[in-house]
Design a protein around this ligand. Structure first.
Ligand SMILES: NC(=O)c1ccc[n+]([C@@H]2O[C@H](COP(=O)([O-])OP(=O)(O)OC[C@H]3O[C@@H](n4cnc5c(N)ncnc54)[C@H](O)[C@@H]3O)[C@@H](O)[C@H]2O)c1
Length: 362
């Protein structure tokens, strides 16, 4: 098989097209940077219609609405929820404000997509999942890294058996993140795992499933601006000797930034880079290469990545929610599934505090 024949199957697996009959009119809560740079450009490119927006900062909402062609700016959340033209609500606010918005939206009977982290703690997550189940409302979580092309292509290669049985997965990220763009994060008691590694954890779960035990060390750079941990070393242990490791540092002062991932298997390996993290939030496409004894490849075969994490991957969680709303079933990042990602986050913080490995319990 030629490279183009091999990659045609993977390209079909990573396609994020939303069928016209699944599209619903969206109302957005929050008009911050991520909505401006990622949610709205991604939805426009996918043919999804955003009909209304609300933010506590009315000027910000009006500015974003004007630039993205959104017809209605609602001054309150209840006005947004009473608006019959809004069929699905997309929430992207500071994490601690999200649960109250979810409770009100579920009470209004509207399906919704929430930003990650879904909730500040696992118990609140469980409560919201139960509320939504009782109301017959779908909640999905915006864990979009599992849909970004490099990770989605790697998952497709693993599922096709091209590296045999997966044995290990790793993310190694060493970057300089300017956390001052999120003033609320500077003061947060939790940082790296809750807001950044959570993407890697969810991506690993989408490929390897749920680990049994974890260990995590979290640290800070003396003099750093954020209050909480900015360097973490996490180990995830699976049955049968499978493992995953995350080594992440946001306080690189030397300029040699890197963001790499790798999956090893019994018959091959996949290696790549996370383009977004070399130039946030503009980024560049990822790189992905496959070494396979199954196909086989002649050494490392590059996969032609054409899309970026921001904005392209942001279609994924919304597409999954819309498919679940239209056809039933669960979205890939349904809130009930996301409890397992939150449980991993909780276990890693428990390990950081106790300095002992922790069992993961959703
Ligand atoms: N890749 C990703 O998935 C990604 C990247 C960045 C941020 N985020 C998440 O998205 C969320 C927003 O991040 P951001 O970068 O846009 O932050 P931001 O600070 O730029 O914007 C947040 C906005 O929310 C508004 N807001 C706060 N509380 C509100 C409330 N109760 N009702 C209505 N509006 C409210 C604020 O006025 C502000 O405009 C956060 O949860 C963050 O963790 C995710």
């Amino acid at each position: 098989m030629s490279g183009s024949e091999i990659w045609a199957d993977v390209a079909a697996d990573v396609d994020l097209t939303v069928a016209p009959e699944q599209r619903r009119r969206i109302g957005v809560v929050g008009a911050g940077a991520i909505v401006d740079n990622a949610h709205l450009p991604a939805y426009a490119a996918a043919g999804l219609e955003v009909v209304a927006i609300h933010d506590l900062d009315a000027d910000r909402a009006a500015d974003v609405a004007a630039r993205h062609g959104i017809a209605t700016v609602h001054s309150t959340l209840s006005a947004m929820l009473d608006d019959p033209s809004v069929e699905v609500v997309d929430v992207a606010v500071v994490a601690h404000a999200q649960p109250d918005i979810v409770r009100a939206t579920v009470a209004a009977g509207k399906h919704l997509l929430c930003q990650k982290p879904f909730t500040p703690d696992l118990q609140t997550g469980r409560e919201l999942v139960e509320l939504a189940r009782a109301a017959g409302v779908h909640i999905a979580v915006n864990q979009q890294m599992r849909f970004e092309e490099g990770i989605a292509a790697a998952r497709s290669m693993v599922e096709r058996g091209w590296i045999g049985e997966p044995t290990a997965m790793e993310f190694r990220t060493n970057i300089a993140t300017d956390f001052s763009q999120w003033p609320w994060l500077l003061a947060s008691e939790r940082l790296e795992v809750s807001y950044h590694s959570i993407h890697y954890l969810d991506s690993i779960r989408s490929i390897l499933g749920d680990p049994e035990r974890v260990f995590c060390h979290g640290g800070r750079r003396p003099g750093q601006a954020p209050r909480a941990e900015t360097r973490t070393m996490s180990t995830l242990v699976y049955p049968d000797g499978v493992g995953a490791v995350l080594h992440v540092n946001h306080e690189n002062i030397a300029g040699d930034v890197r963001a790499e991932f790798r999956i090893d298997g019994s018959e091959g390996s996949i290696r790549g880079t996370i383009g977004l993290l070399y130039d946030y939030p503009h980024g560049r496409p990822d790189t992905v290469e496959l070494f396979s004894r199954v196909l086989p490849t002649d050494g490392w075969l590059p996969y032609p990545v054409t899309r970026r994490w921001i904005p392209d991957a942001f279609v994924g969680p919304m597409a999954g929610l819309l498919a679940a709303v239209a056809e039933g079933g669960e979205a890939p990042t349904a809130a009930a599934d996301n409890l397992h990602t939150l449980a991993l986050v909780e276990a890693l913080y428990a390990s950081m505090q106790t300095r002992e490995a922790q069992k993961v319990e959703a």
